[in-house]
Design a binder for this molecule. Sequence first.
Ligand code: GAP
Length: 477
Amino acid sequence: MYEDAVELAKRRGFFWPSFSIYGGFAGFYDYGPLGVLLKDNIVKIWKEEYLDDGAIFLDSPNVTPEPVFQASGHIARFSDLASECDQCKNKFKLETVLGFNKISSIPKSLKDAEELVEKYNLKCPVCGSVIKKVYDFNLMYRVSGDYYLRPETAQGIFVNFRLLNNYNRGKIPMVVGQQGKGFRNEISPRQSLIRLREFNQCEVEVFLDPENLKFAELYDYKKIKIRPNTGEDLYISVKEAYGKKIISNQAFAYFVLKTQVILEKIGISNDKLRFRQHEPDERAHYAADSWDAEGLIDDEWFEIVGIANRTDFDLRNHENSSGNQMRIKINEKDVIPYVIEPSYGIDRILLTLISQSMEKKDGKNLLRLPYYMAPYHIAVFPLMKKDNLKEKAEELYSKLKKVDSYILYDETGTIGKRYARQDEVGTPFCITIDYQTLEDNTVTLRNRDTAEQERIKIKDVLDSNFIKNLIENKSKL
Ligand code: GAP
């Protein structure tokens, strides 16, 4: 479905490669009219779910001065091993070259990588020449002088920790979210929204007492695939995973569970979602433990959310580097809080959602998004443009817009084509004004998933709760 999803996204206006009139530049994508609305709906669910946990939010700059990333370790350690072909001048992630040459060992350092390159005559995946050059490639974009584009939104929260905690009246646990752009100079951007150079994150930093790594009560929820780094896949609830000490602390388990709930609410299938623990040598430089939420597209798993135990790594380093105290009073002691971080990649979630929601029905595309996630809730059509049907449909459209903003009007093409267009972009309901409307002020209401139609009075459609009930009471869940 991946290929179909990308084709649909471009043709119908969800997303497409940026700057295409200049030939396109790898790693950059635009959101089109429908994509903007769908992305907003994903962010809305994330925000509302965390508001339920008492979260506060921040919006800090993309451009960040060097001392922040000196302290956070990104200047020294936020890099990928890369290689370059002397012949064709193409640059690759070293793991791409190793994969192409069917070498399974993963180098842990530049020295390991140099030894591998020396040992095997690694062939360039593009021109076949022998690759000799391997190096550490820092993934941050340097904008000018001593400024960088942030590779994660998180540091804005860490450097503001004291101000945020004052705002929060010194309370811990404290949950802080930030929605915004991240920038990484990826060596090999790939698979549309999967590996971008500019991407959208919704990050959450949860500050906790290191001696009490607990958050709200864990509850029993649906079983899910869990893959710890010590063994086989398990199919258990997150609560059970914590009970069996597969997930090491209660707060971490709570935010794994929270992520399962959020992703499911967005429309990611529970049976196409798993939680995979990182191997120790796979973790980011700041993490003591990491689990990825991975979504299945076709038969490949992709990381869509990263959940990390960042301990006091960031706050401690900012305290040391800036000379400003990051410790607060917890039970009469001066303490640097620990941080659990669920970090949501909105682009990957959106791509996974579209890919997993696409179905073929009678040879036509159907995008079975949960109703409330759809870019538009209702499309209004006149059966024909003549005999006062168009005017009547326009009148209903403008009245409906006063009740709900997410209403479309369409009068082009046959009625069958109009239904098909809306099915393909996930609009859950279509209303058609026909000849009977002129007689009795009723319309047809058609459901996207069943294609069933019912007659309904215009006055009922205009009731202030009608659309809300339609959208909220039913979904693909
Ligand atoms: N602050 C932690 C952090 O940034 P991460 O695992 O590197 O952790 C979090 O990123 C999420 O951001 C990932 O799970 C992924 O969904 C998304 N993401 C990371 N790099 C990306 C890229 N180059 N393109 C698109 N999404 C990306």
